[in-house]
Design a protein around this ligand. Sequence first.
Ligand code: NDP
Ligand code: 13P
Length: 326
Amino acid sequence: MTAFQSIAVIGAGAWGTALAMVAARAGRSVTLWARNAEHATRIASTRDNPRLPGVRLAPDIVVTSDPAIAARADMLLIATPAQHLRGAVNMLASHLAKHIPVVACAKGIEHGTHKFMTDVIAEAAPHAQPAILSGPSFADDVARGLPTAVTLAASDEALASSLVQALGSPTFRPYHSTDIRGVEIGGAAKNVLAIAVGISVGRKLGASAQAALTTRGFAELTRLGRALGARSETLTGLSGLGDLILSCSSPQSRNFALGLALGRGEQPPAGKLAEGEFTAPVLIELGASQNIELPVSEAVASILSGRSTIDAAISGLMTRPFKAEE
Ligand SMILES: NC(=O)C1=CN([C@@H]2O[C@H](COP(=O)(O)OP(=O)(O)OC[C@H]3O[C@@H](n4cnc5c(N)ncnc54)[C@H](OP(=O)(O)O)[C@@H]3O)[C@@H](O)[C@H]2O)C=CC1
Ligand SMILES: O=C(CO)COP(=O)(O)O
């Protein structure tokens, strides 16, 4: 018997919808909150969300745009884009019971503050218990019940383990952890690195370049992670290396797809959220503040901002001084 019988998912995008399905499959009573009342009513009646086409919402999932209804749940999953997570938690804060677990499911770092998602939750809802869920998991795969494994971290191990019990099922397997920062760094950085690898594939640089960029990308994810206190088993785990491998190898990743379009000289896919675009400049600032070199992420940031062409960025990476591998 789980301590958390009811779960509200905040944000009815692709990921929020998939997570609502996960929670329903785990036997929880589920509320999905959409910011737009009309959108909520449409999803509730059609059981279909255009943000995740082809997936039929389980019949028992309640869809609402009322934050007070969502906040009655025993635990919350926040699945808005990273830059909107603070706004979503601010909106809910006055309705929340003390010590309610609030699980960040967004992947990113806040602009301006350089805060990771659980720090934002801790500021916006100081009486809540922040946690983070991240790992290799495409919303479409998860919603369809394909086998998926992720990491779920909270500072208290017993809480992390209870959250896993509440969400886990035979098709969705969360592993618990207390390394919140390690999990957050992996999810944020992999999106930026997936853009880099997408660019190289779009530019037809070959499978060897794809493997090299993914590996050197992992080296920089690890360098930053270590500097910020992440554990190496987290960085090599599902939320780090696992998600990096997924996002750097499949056009199903919107970040990879953005890079692919850039590399081919095409218009990026319209209306698709690619968090790496927003994370890249913050990641660079964070790296600089820690004296950590992040050449691949820097190349992505400079291409996205128009400071560099793709060819100049590739040449810049390949002509850096030779060095020992670390
Ligand atoms: N899709 C995936 O496979 C995965 C996504 N994630 C992460 O989940 C997060 C959300 O991504 P995803 O669901 O795919 O994105 P989508 O673009 O599919 O959906 C984003 C959702 O957030 C809502 N939203 C936007 N701004 C706000 C706001 N200010 N307040 C409340 N809600 C808002 C949008 O509402 P509206 O519909 O009204 O515009 C929309 O429903 C990202 O950080 C992503 O990295 C993590 C793992 C997998
Ligand atoms: O985070 C994800 C898979 O783990 C989804 O990746 P994209 O946001 O790049 O689509």
